[in-house]
Ligand binder design. Structure first.
Ligand code: DAH
Length: 362
């Protein structure tokens, strides 16, 4: 067993050692210039194999009062070195970031490199056209209204002067909803046109009425380049006292010029739609060939763009308007068709086949 008088000597040695460790560490710290050097400093003075750790481990071999003295001092030194390590590390990191910022300010990056493109979405071409047409009519004093795509037979046909079993119904191939009334008849459908909204609007408002109705329509149709089972229409309706066919012509003429160019001419020819009398089809002179005849206008010089007419007296009666007092005009057009004409698109199916190569062009 080690004689007891050696204890104070060992303890004193340890205290002296700690002083040296502390002085050496502090001195070395003054010359440290990088994070790597600081790390090496930490390992050498605070690491597992460092002298300080060795002393701390051997403290337990001392007598209780010496243990207390040496232990306390060793822990002080350790605490101080750890604190200095942390402070220096933080300061160095801050300096590093500042350096990077100054480098950026000094334009050390190549600012001529092209930036990454920001990809932005856009509206579908049909939606764009829908809005454009509605804007034209809004500027002419029309309100915009929307209605249900699942419609009653009552609005889609009956009140529009298209009675059940009348051959006129064949004009609209219909998707019927599998739902029957008390009489066992199917009476719900996907609207085949936006015209039912004429009735819904008139039922709810007194004249004067000036409204356009954009929206989806559906037809039980074999699709081809000109037909889709789902498409958009825009309906128009104006009812008031003293409205004449001249108002219809003037309004639609203005519309054609705003959509297809100032120099446009329009042509009206008789057509049949059960809810108007007289009914017409409107065409514009071909904006590609100016009327001489080309592929777009099938060599006719004219392009049909919509159906229209004076609201049938029976339709006015159906909503409780007095046809002796009120008259009106209505029109309806296919939105994709307008877009196809304007941009020279030759297949309506392109609109709904989700091909980005097509959609990105608008
Ligand atoms: N609803 C008709 C269709 O889908 C288009 C139409 C023609 C609407 C004449 C009208 C109109 O308002 O007056 O074929």
């Amino acid at each position: 067993m080690t004689p007891s008088y050696t204890w104070p000597i060992i303890a004193n040695d340890m205290l002296k050692k700690l002083e040296t460790i502390k002085a050496k560490a502090l001195d070395e710290l003054k010359h440290i210039a990088s994070v790597a050097e600081l790390e090496a400093w930490r390992v050498s003075h605070l690491g597992k194999k460092s002298e300080l750790t060795g002393i701390l481990r051997s403290v337990s071999t001392l007598s209780p009062d010496q243990r207390k003295a040496v232990g306390a001092f060793a822990n002080d030194v350790k605490g101080m070195l750890e604190m200095l390590y942390k402070e220096n590390l933080t300061a160095m990191k801050e300096q590093l970031y500042e350096g990077m910022e100054t480098a950026a300010k000094g334009e050390k990056f190549d600012i001529t490199l092209p930036g990454r493109p920001v990809s932005s979405g856009r509206l579908h071409p049909a939606t764009q056209m829908l809005r454009e047409v509605c804007d034209v009519f809004a500027s002419l004093g029309f309100q915009v209204a929307e209605g249900p795509e699942v419609e009653w037979e009552h609005y889609n046909f009956d009140t529009l002067n298209i009675p059940a079993d009348h051959p006129a119904r064949d004009m609209w191939d219909t998707f019927w909803i599998d739902h029957r009334n008390e009489k066992g008849e199917r009476h719900m459908l996907l609207r085949t046109h936006t015209s039912p909204m004429q009735i819904r609007v008139m039922e709810k408002t007194k004249p004067p009425v000036r409204v356009v109705v954009p929206g989806k329509c559906y037809r039980y149709e074999a699709t081809d380049a000109r037909h889709e089972a789902m498409f958009y229409q825009i309906e128009g309706l104006a009812v008031d006292e003293h409205i004449t066919f001249a108002d219809l012509k003037g309004t639609l003429y203005e519309f054609a010029r705003r959509m297809f160019g100032e120099e446009r001419r329009v042509r009206f020819r008789c057509d049949y739609f059960p809810f108007v009398e007289p009914g017409v089809e409107m065409a514009i002179d071909c904006f590609v060939c100016g009327g001489k005849g080309c592929r777009l206008c099938s060599d006719t010089g004219w392009i049909e763009i919509l159906g229209a007419g004076m609201v049938h007296p029976q339709v006015l009666r159906n909503v409780g308007y007095d046809p002796e007092k009120y008259t009106g005009y209505a029109f309806g057009m296919g939105v994709e068709r307008i877009s196809m004409l304007r941009y020279g698109i030759d297949d309506i199916r392109l609109f709904y086949s989700n091909d980005l190569r097509f959609l990105k062009q608008f």
